[in-house]
Design a protein around this ligand. Structure first.
Ligand code: SF4
Ligand code: ZN
Ligand code: ZN
Length: 301
């Protein structure tokens, strides 16, 4: 197997691109691909300031690393969920701290226990849908931080595999609201930072190869609450199709982004009220975040 660019021995092959690359050209390929995504979907101005939500998983570490390499001002953001089972939060925190130190990325950490006096395991005792609460918590905190530092955008590590499986799941249900929001860039709105997904066109195998090339080591510990596996079957279906027709995942998602405008206006109406506690837009007088972390605490006092 030879590098498609220089003819030297290749270390990796990407059937979806009908290409193979040596180390040097894998690096160049990956950076060029992400850079094109950023430009095409108007994610960031040159040298723009971007907050990256870093969990310690490979996707968010690679997102932060690539944005830094491309010359953006990267600010890392991590939420310590206080999950000690499997050593999950302590190990994740250590990985993120070391990574940011090594790559000279300032890191903001919100420790739930320190700030709100309780953590995810404590909330999980009274909540069945802890992943939903955990997601709301992380989204609220990273949005708040991105706005507070005047970031041009808030980046997450969603990959092509994530975007394609969500698209398939939303299409299966004709969930118009989410079909309108599956694009790689969501513009800023009052109370919400602009949201971007720079790896929206990079597949799992490309990210793994790139992380390995740069010795980016993600946290190995798994969250004991486990991610809700409801989208796994869509991932399996897409993997099967990809094996038979390399590149189909990419064209499935890419063509959607061309027609996503058709779903605009189908979104649920923007929230009308501002949360009485935090002031952010909300669908109820007190938002889920504040009901979970702030109001309960005040009742206890
Ligand atoms: Fe949070 Fe659920 Fe992910 Fe664990 S698996 S980090 S609880 S969203
Ligand atoms: Zn080469
Ligand atoms: Zn609130």
């Amino acid at each position: 197997m030879k590098c498609t660019v220089c003819g030297k021995p290749a270390i990796v092959k990407f059937p979806a691109h009908n290409s193979a690359f040596c180390e040097e050209h894998l690096d160049a390929f990956f950076l060029r691909q992400v850079s094109k995504t950023i430009e095409k979907y108007k994610m960031l101005p040159p040298k723009g300031r971007v907050v990256v939500a870093i969990s310690g998983g490979k996707d968010s570490l690679v997102t932060a690393y690539v944005l830094k390499r491309l010359g953006y001002e990267v600010l890392g953001f991590f939420v310590d969920l206080g999950i000690t089972q499997n050593d999950f939060s302590p190990r994740s925190r250590e990985v993120v701290e070391n990574f940011c130190k090594e790559h000279d990325i300032p890191l903001e950490i919100v420790d739930l226990k320190e700030r709100y006096g309780k953590d995810i395991p404590e909330v999980a005792k009274r909540q069945d849908r802890i992943c939903a609460i955990c997601g709301v918590t992380k989204r609220h905190l990273m949005n708040e931080y991105a706005l507070s530092v005047n970031a041009d955008a808030l980046a997450t590590g969603h990959t092509l595999d994530d975007m394609a499986k969500l698209l398939l799941a939303n299409l299966m249900r004709w969930d118009l609201h989410h079909l309108a929001k599956g694009v790689p860039t969501l513009p800023a709105e009052p109370g919400f930072a602009k949201k971007i997904k720079p790896l929206a066109f990079q597949s799992e195998d490309e990210i793994i190869a790139f992380a390995k090339l740069h010795n980016i080591k993600p946290v190995e510990a798994k969250c004991p609450y486990g991610r809700e596996a409801k989208y796994n079957r869509y991932q399996e279906a897409l993997d099967m199709l990809e094996e038979k027709s390399p590149g189909i995942k990419r064209s499935f998602y890419k063509n959607y982004t061309k027609y996503a405008y058709l779903f605009e206006g189908t979104q649920a109406r923007p929230p009308k009220v501002n949360c009485e506690v935090c002031g952010f837009p909300s669908v109820s007088p007190v938002c889920t975040f504040c009901r979970t972390w702030v109001v309960d605490n005040e009742k206890k006092k």
